[in-house]
Structures are given as structure tokens and as C-alpha cells.
Design a protein around this ligand. Structure first.
Ligand code: 6PG
Length: 479
């Protein structure tokens, strides 16, 4: 086998097959391999005409087909399956070769694998690929973590096959080792929050304003022409406008209301807890998915009383719709702000030098959270790379000021009427928490010192103190 392939792809399920085709369509010679060879054969039969593929039946054949430095992309299930493929291929590779994991791997696994393989002279690259099958084939957003040397070789290839926005590729080197998979994980966390906020807006328009799914689809279609323009709003309009062919009912009404999750949102929340990074909108979105699946608990709660149902006139419904758009936008800004801050927190913890302007830039296209306002986010971080929050940028601060009243009225209406809006409420409470001059955390510190002698700090002098709650004089000593 002559070593002609620019890249090899092992794992030809939906994402792997689509990426292999994308590389081939852009003129690269692509060696392809799958544990079950029938998958390789079916790729060649169906799509072999799209470019230059080199089918390989074994790991050895695949490696032999690769130009040096060899570039091998793994597209298999995250976790043990990825480790198994690495164990199979690494012994066949030489110093300077590269293994790219394009799956939704946990960033901690990527950091471990990168360190292990670096010992053996192999570059391990964790590439977060976003955009689903459509994106992988026509242009994903690619968040790459790994050495500068490997990106010098791989970058031009990823930038060629990625989505392009204003002539800029939606692929970049995020940072070393697990940085790429970390940012992909946060992308998915923001995705959860964004989807939950949209779902809550839909629920409010349905339950409070009294619109039907098709009407709400039109409302989202109109919102998609403004500051909420995004892939998720766009597809929401499509899903809500869809009629189930079998029953003639609105599609959304025949779908079981229990949400699945493959795990990346959960990882985001778990990691955020370790980082003490309060991604409250992501957390509520993830827990909302869990709650939707608690069938027996829901059955127990269902008979219990809730809010009041007050029908709205047409004009009241139209006014409420405008308020919901403002509340959705405000909550979305908060959710993205939380995710971006979490990336800053992680960069400090893991020693990554992450350019948030570049992150926002490659999220403008290809990925699931692509949205028009990401261009303004990119501009904000380009102007001030150390921006502590989007709300420290005058434009976003002005916008959040303008939507204060409707944002609060929508959350209040949801509470009064018993319509659950966990993500809306979390975003608003996060905003109020960070605005507060004094938080009730002071009382928490008193309670902790009372029952656990955990000590507290004072506002009027340095040091840590403990009050002797069990003594009559309740004296205070510095600890
Ligand atoms: C992407 C998506 C993708 C995600 C699935 C479903 O960026 O292309 O985020 O990576 O895994 O869309 O994820 P859940 O099952 O967790 O919703």
C-alpha cells in the first residue's frame, strides 16, 4: 500500500463517515477504516465517487496508507472505545505522528491521553466537532486542543473543511491538551441552556398567551429575523410548524415529553461545580431534562394545586409575546456569559491561554449554538480579551437594562400561573445575585460558624474569626 493519504479516519458511523466525505470532497486523499469492514465497503460503494478514498480492512493497512507525519482521526464512542482504538493504533505509529480524537470525549480523558502519548512521541489532539451529521459533512465548527506543532499540520486541513463565516474558518486551536474538548463541552452546556430557554418561551406562549404550535412557530420565525437569529431558533420554528403525518396533530403534541441526554451537559455542570463556576442556566436545563424523566414523581405531583390560569385577550397575548422575546434574549445573554466565564475559570485552573474572541468567532458557524449575536460577543472580547463579563461591555449592558421590566414580568407571570421556567428564573436570579450589594451569604457564614465552628471573615477588618456560641458572653476570637 503506498502512503498517499493525507488523513485516515477510523470509525465510520454518522460523524466519522461525514467527516471522511468532507475531507475527500475538499481534495484530500482519505484512508478509511471501520472495525466492521462492511461499513467501509458501504462508504466506498455509496460515496467512493466523491473523492480519493483508500479503504483499509485492518489497522495495519490504514497506517500504511498514511503520508508522514501520519494523521489518524478517531471517530468512535467516547470513553473505553476510544482508549481501545488508541491502544490498537498507537504501537503502529512513529515519533511525530498524530492521533486526533474527534468524538465528544471528556476533556480530562483527553488530558490523560495527550500526556501518555506525548511520552511516546505521538501528538494527541482533542478536536471538538460540532454541527451534527450536517455540519460534519458540509462544514462543522472545530475546537482543537493539542500542540502547536500538530495544529501547524492539521489546522489548514480543519480550516478547509470547517464552516466559513465572512471568509473566516470556524476552526481554531483553542489551547493545549484538553482545551478543545473542554470548550466543546461548554458549547454543549450552552446548547442545553439555549434549548431549555427556547422550550420555556414556547411553553409560556402556549400556556399563558394561548397560542397553538403553528402560531408559535411563526413567532419564532419572526424572532429569527432579529437579535435572536440562531440555528436553534430557526429549527424550533420548523419543529413547531410540523404536523405529524400519522395523526394530523401538531408534531410537538405527539412527542413524549421526556428529554434524553448523552451526557455533555451533565459533564459541564459537574465540572462547573469543581471549578466553583456558577453556570446556573446550564444546571437548570440539565436538571429540567432529568425532571422530565421522573415519571412516578410527576404522577405524585400532578394532582397538586398550581398557579392561576387567566386567559389573555389577543392584544394582551401580543404584548406578552414581546415581553417573552425580551426575557428570552436577556436569559440567553446570561447563559452565554456563564459559559464563557466558565472557560475563563478553567483556563486559569488548567493553564490554558484561551482567546474567547476566537472561540466566539468559530461558534458563529457550523455548530449547534451558532447565532448572530456571537459576532458581537467576538467583537467584545477582541476589544477587551480579559472582559470579566459580557455585561461589562457597554452594548450588552445597555440591552440588559432595556429588558429589565419585561424579563421580570415574564418570570413573575410564570410563577403566578404555575408554568415552570427554571432556566429563565435561574438566569434572572444569577443576574440579581451578582448585582446585590449584600448577599445572605453573610447569614450562611454565621450558621456555619454556629454549628461547625467554620469561622468567617468580617467586613471591617482582615482575618478569620469564630464566635463562641456556646459561651454566655458569645465572645469572638480571631482564628
Ligand atoms: C453538536 C451536538 C452534539 C450532541 C448531540 C446530542 O455540537 O454537534 O452538541 O455533540 O452530542 O447533539 O447531545 P445530547 O444528547 O446531550 O442532547
Amino acid at each position: 500500500m503506498n502512503a498517499s493519504a493525507h488523513i485516515g479516519v477510523t470509525g465510520l458511523a454518522v460523524m466519522g463517515r461525514s467527516l471522511a466525505r468532507n475531507f475527500a470532497r475538499h481534495g484530500y486523499t482519505v484512508a478509511v477504516h471501520n472495525r466492521t469492514p462492511s461499513r467501509t465497503r458501504s462508504l466506498m460503494e455509496e460515496f467512493g465517487h466523491e473523492g480519493t478514498f483508500v479503504p483499509a480492512e485492518t489497522a495495519q493497512e490504514l497506517v500504511a496508507a498514511l503520508q508522514r507525519p501520519r494523521r489518524l482521526m478517531i471517530m468512535v464512542q467516547a470513553g473505553a472505545a476510544t482508549d481501545a482504538v488508541i491502544d490498537e493504533f498507537a504501537p503502529l505509529l512513529d515519533d511525530g505522528d498524530m492521533i486526533i480524537d474527534g468524538g465528544n470525549a471528556h476533556f480530562a480523558d483527553t488530558r490523560r491521553r495527550e500526556a501518555d502519548l506525548r511520552e511516546r512521541g505521538i501528538h494527541f489532539v482533542g478536536a471538538g466537532v460540532s454541527g451534527g451529521e450536517e455540519g460534519a459533512l458540509h462544514g462543522p465548527s472545530i475546537m482543537v486542543g493539542g500542540s502547536k506543532e500538530s495544529y501547524a499540520v492539521l489546522g489548514p486541513m480543519f480550516e478547509t473543511i470547517s464552516a466559513q463565516v465572512d471568509g473566516q474558518a470556524c476552526s481554531t486551536r483553542i489551547g493545549s491538551d484538553g482545551a478543545g474538548h473542554f470548550v466543546k463541552m461548554v458549547h454543549n452546556g450552552i446548547e442545553y441552556a439555549d434549548m431549555q430557554l427556547i422550550a420555556e418561551a414556547y411553553d409560556l406562549l402556549r400556556q399563558v398567551a394561548g397560542y397553538g404550535p403553528a402560531e408559535i412557530g411563526e413567532i419564532f420565525r419572526a424572532w429569527n429575523k432579529g437579535r435572536l437569529e440562531s440555528y436553534l431558533v430557526e429549527i424550533t420554528a420548523e419543529v413547531l410548524s410540523h404536523t405529524d403525518p400519522g395523526t394530523g396533530k401538531p408534531f410537538v403534541d405527539v412527542v413524549a415529553d421526556t428529554a434524553g441526554q448523552k451526557g455533555t451537559g451533565r459533564w459541564t455542570v459537574q465540572t462547573a461545580l469543581d471549578l466553583a463556576s456558577p453556570v446556573t442556566a446550564v444546571a437548570q436545563a440539565t436538571f429540567a431534562r432529568a425532571a422530565s424523566g421522573q415519571a412516578s414523581l410527576r404522577a405524585a405531583y400532578r394532582p397538586l394545586p398550581g398557579g392561576v390560569r387567566i386567559p389573555m385577550s389577543r392584544s394582551e397575548a401580543e404584548r406578552f409575546t414581546s415581553q417573552v422575546e425580551q426575557a428570552l434574549y436577556a436569559s440567553k445573554v446570561i447563559a452565554y456569559d456563564q459559559g464563557l466565564k466558565m472557560i475563563q475559570d478553567a483556563a486559569l485552573t488548567y493553564g490554558w491561554d484561551i482567546d474567547l474572541a476566537a472561540v466566539a468567532g468559530i461558534w458563529r458557524g457550523g455548530c449547534i449554538i451558532r447565532a448572530a449575536f456571537l459576532d458581537r460577543i467576538r467583537t467584545a472580547y477582541a476589544a477587551e480579551p480579559r472582559l470579566v463579563s459580557l455585561l461589562a461591555e457597554p452594548g450588552f449592558a445597555k440591552e440588559i437594562t432595556a429588558v429589565q421590566v419585561p424579563w421580570r414580568e415574564v418570570v413573575a407571570a410564570s410563577v403566578r400561573r404555575g408554568v415552570p421556567t427554571p432556566a429563565f428564573a435561574a438566569a434572572l436570579s444569577y443576574y440579581d445575585t451578582l448585582r446585590a450589594d449584600r448577599l445572605p451569604a453573610a447569614l450562611l457564614q454565621g450558621q456555619r460558624d454556629y454549628f461547625g465552628a467554620h469561622s468567617y471573615r468580617r467586613t471591617d477588618r482582615q482575618g478569620a474569626f469564630h464566635t463562641h456560641w456556646g459561651h454566655p458572653d458569645r465572645s469572638e476570637t480571631e482564628v
